[in-house]
Design a protein around this ligand. Structure first.
Ligand SMILES: [Zn+2]
Length: 477
């Protein structure tokens, strides 16, 4: 029997508003436990939540950027459940009247474009966090409520995703949109972006849905992909043996690379949703929506199209440059100081991103501004230094923050293009290497490379390679 997977993803993204969704506490990550709390987010009796308008604003932006319809009136519901990180005993969330509905985003896989429909975008509050001691002498768990009340958006897809690779691409595309909107830092390690997956399988050609499992606890996009791959095989084996898939929540175990049963999946009615009586309806008038639509930043697809047309870059360059908005910004800023855009793109997709990846820092924290990179490229273009030396100069700039010109003059790296000086060095190398010289003359082309290498070594890499090649060829012919 041939099976096909049916996958839907739920993404939770923490909004980078200054304050929490229903109180004035800070949302900063990393503060000492329980220092960013107040009676409202602690869930003490008698307090009243007040909605942070900025949360609604960012939710509208996200709904529009994912092509959702923004409803004119929506409300909050209470989702009742007990957990030690939820002192109120309920989470304020949205239920059957979410802010945004019926959207879609585009993904690209192996050159093919596919639309994944978005069911809903809704607002809710985050819960606190349990910190489990890893010390076997002191097996206690502690509660940190700094996160309680931090605003979240939940973005739910339709089950339109048909493979783990598509799931991965969906997450990459969605994260890109969220980053371009600047509504979240989307840092998975700090939990500001989380993803749960619903997956079932069915016989190829069948239109009904199989019983699904919900997967949790994946802390990277690759983790989501791997968990789905594992789960497809697990469900195929069950059905192959004539057994049934149980509807349940399963946790991804990163160490063992497998999903493990956590609990049977609860249904919506288990939560006893009811309208939150302490909050008024949210009215989003048309003017607010159209004003927000006008103020949306350029989104990833639009930027890819523009970079391609405006700068004549290849699909590959455009793809890499727009992956992170900051990189695309860096590229465009650099192009103000240096006219050869293809060369800028080569440098950014090569050396610049390699260093930023290596040091695990963003391009903005590299110590080399777009202007400084433009000046470095200018020195290659006008023949002051070779492209090879420029790579070393760039590394120096990253370490010291100095300008290219300063590094070049301090280290005496100016390219040697003076013909008279080069001729005497070339004569010397020819004299010292009779065998390669004869080899070249008898037709072995790669002997030339060896001789050029010797000249580069003699000049510590400073000789102008074009001039060296020209002189050497004319001397040998
Ligand atoms: Zn608070």
């Amino acid at each position: 029997m041939n099976y096909e997977p049916v996958i839907g993803l739920e993404v939770h993204v923490q909004l980078s508003t200054k304050t929490k969704i229903f109180c004035g506490c800070s949302t900063n990550f990393g503060a000492s436990p329980n220092t960013q709390t107040c009676p409202v987010c602690l869930g003490l009796p008698g307090v009243l939540p007040v909605l942070n308008k900025d949360v609604v604003q960012r939710a509208i932006e996200t709904a529009l950027a994912t092509n959702c319809n923004v409803v004119e009136r929506c409300i909050f519901h209470r989702k009742n459940y007990f957990y030690p990180d939820l002192p109120k005993g309920y989470q304020i969330s949205q239920y059957d009247m979410p802010l945004g509905e019926n959207g879609w985003i585009q993904i690209k896989l192996d050159g093919k474009v596919k639309k994944i429909r978005i069911t809903r975008v809704h607002m809710e509050e985050d819960a606190g966090k349990l910190i489990h001691s890893e010390n076997s002498e002191d097996l206690r768990s502690r509660v940190d409520l700094n996160r309680a009340g931090v605003p979240l958006l939940e973005i739910v897809s339709e089950p339109d995703i048909s493979s783990p690779e598509e799931a991965y691409q969906y997450l990459v595309s969605l994260k890109q949109i969220l980053e371009y909107l600047e509504i979240s830092d989307c840092n998975m390690e700090e939990g500001s972006l989380r993803c749960d997956a619903n997956i079932s399988i069915r016989s190829v050609g069948e239109s009904g849905l199989g019983t699904k499992a919900e997967l949790k606890n994946m802390n990277s996009f690759k983790g989501v992909q791997k968990a789905l791959e594992y789960e497809i095989i697990r469900q195929e084996k069950l059905l192959g043996k004539g057994e049934k898939v149980v509807q349940e929540t399963r946790l991804w175990n990163t160490d063992l690379n497998r999903t493990e049963s956590m609990r049977s999946k609860e249904e919506a009615h288990d939560y006893r949703y009811f309208p939150e009586p302490d909050l008024v309806n949210i009215i989003v008038d048309k003017e607010w929506v159209s004003k927000t639509r006008r103020s949306l930043p350029e989104l990833p697809q639009a930027r890819r199209d523009r970079l391609k047309n405006e700068y004549g870059l290849s699909d590959y360059d455009v793809e890499v440059l727009t992956m992170d908005k900051r990189v695309a910004d860096y590229f465009e800023e650099c192009s103000k100081y240096f006219p050869n855009c293809k060369m800028i793109a080569n440098w950014i997709t090569g050396d610049v991103l390699a260093v930023s990846k290596d040091r695990k820092i963003s391009i903005n924290d590299l110590n080399v501004s777009p202007k400084q990179l433009g000046e470095l490229l200018g020195l290659i273009e006008n023949g002051t230094i070779s492209g090879k030396i420029a790579k070393d100069v760039f590394q120096d700039m990253v370490c010291t923050g100095k300008d290219a010109k300063q590094v070049v003059s301090e280290k005496g790296l100016v390219q040697l293009s003076d013909e008279r000086e080069l001729v005497s060095i070339i004569d010397k190398i020819i004299k010292q290497n009779p065998k390669p010289v004869n080899d070249f003359r008898s037709g072995k082309q790669n002997a030339l490379g060896f001789l050029v290498g010797q000249i580069m070594k003699e000049t510590k890499g400073k000789a102008n390679p074009q001039v060296v090649n020209r002189i050497l060829k004319s001397k040998l012919s």
